[in-house]
Design a protein around this ligand. Structure first.
Ligand code: APR
Length: 311
């Protein structure tokens, strides 16, 4: 049976996500946007590349939610992207309204779906979706860690002139300036990073990873990154739909894990057919625990603002 994925927001991240899902023949795709014509036009354009690319999935675009009914996965990318000089947190209130309304409607039409959040500020938008949908925490997941990790892996591979695939890294924490790249657990085909380069180089790569999103915004000027965010989202979609059980860093709602209570923070999880099937609690050193706590504090500040607004 064909699987169905709804992608809300037919902008840069959403359209690229839809295109990659189709290219991998993972599912039929419904693209939703508030702007009339955009999801219809983009999805038809993608559909017309099917005979050339050779994929047999269907793509439709809509401004409503009826067509999204009974989706297996709903990816939420709707919202505003960053402009130069803006932090992800500057998007908080505007994107809260967007994600709230998108979640309400999507959850009503697909009560059994798994939600993947992409809209920033990510961890606060995950909280919004969890609260509004009433779904269990296994079915509300944020895409951030896969992207942050991909950026770290890219910079390491380029620095060391090795294959991108050979670099394994772990980035924990919120999707912001306080993210926590775990250098101790980063390696190239099992060789610890610390044996391959000096501390000053590692520090530089860690900082570039933290600033990875801003680096792209600075180049683009009118928006933020979308190719790597879309690729990262599709890795999560694929792991769920194919029940691959990949272990990936994702934003999940912690209930005491890592000493963090009732907040979405990026940690390693196993993604399978049920969504988040397991949360891995990696043993951390003191400084790593402190960095993660600081990152969680930054997420908490944003959620407190939203809690006040929701009252
Ligand atoms: N419902 C559906 N779509 C909406 C809504 C809504 N309520 N509000 C806005 N949109 C749509 C816009 O019309 C636009 O097409 O969301 C789309 C966003 O696309 P872009 O502006 O191209 O932004 P994009 O780069 O895709 O980023 C989207 O993902 O990575 C994050 O920080 C980024 O929060 C941003 C989000």
């Amino acid at each position: 049976m064909r699987r169905k994925v709804t992608v809300i927001g037919a902008g840069n991240v959403g359209a690229n996500t839809a295109q990659k899902i189709a290219a991998k023949e993972l599912a039929d795709v419904v693209l939703v946007d508030v702007v009339e014509g955009i999801p219809q036009g983009k999805s038809l354009d993608m559909l017309e590349s099917a005979p050339v690319e050779g994929y047999d999935v269907h793509l439709t675009g809509t401004n409503g939610y009826e067509e999204t009914a009974n989706s297996d996965i709903v990816v939420i990318t709707a919202g505003f992207p960053r402009k130069p000089g803006m932090s992800r947190d500057d998007l908080l209130i505007a994107n809260y309204e967007v994600v709230k309304s998108a979640t309400e409607q999507a959850a009503r039409h697909s009560p059994n779906a798994i939600l993947i959040l992409v809209t920033n500020p990510l961890d606060a938008m995950c909280w919004t979706a969890l609260t509004v949908s009433g779904f269990s925490r296994e079915r509300v997941i944020g895409m951030a860690g896969v992207l942050d990790t991909a950026r770290f892996r890219t910079f390491i591979a380029e620095e060391l002139s090795v294959s991108f695939e050979n670099v394994t890294a772990m980035v924990l924490g919120g999707h912001g300036d306080t993210m926590v790249p775990l250098v101790r657990l980063t390696n190239v085909s099992g060789i610890p990073l610390s044996e391959l380069t000096d501390q000053a180089t590692i520090d530089r790569l860690v900082q570039r990873t933290r600033d990875g999103g801003a680096e792209i915004v600075k180049y683009l000027k009118t928006g933020s990154a979308y190719y790597a965010p879309a690729a990262s989202t599709v890795e999560m979609v694929e792991s769920i739909l194919k029940d691959k059980k990949k272990v990936l860093p994702c934003a999940v709602f912690l209930r005491g894990e890592y000493g963090i209570q009732d907040l979405f923070v990026g940690v390693p999880v196993r993604l399978g057919a049920a969504g988040v099937e397991k949360i891995y609690e990696v043993k951390l050193m003191e400084d790593e625990t402190a960095a993660l706590a600081k990152s969680a504090e930054a997420v908490k500040e944003l959620v407190e603002v939203l809690k006040q607004k929701a009252k």
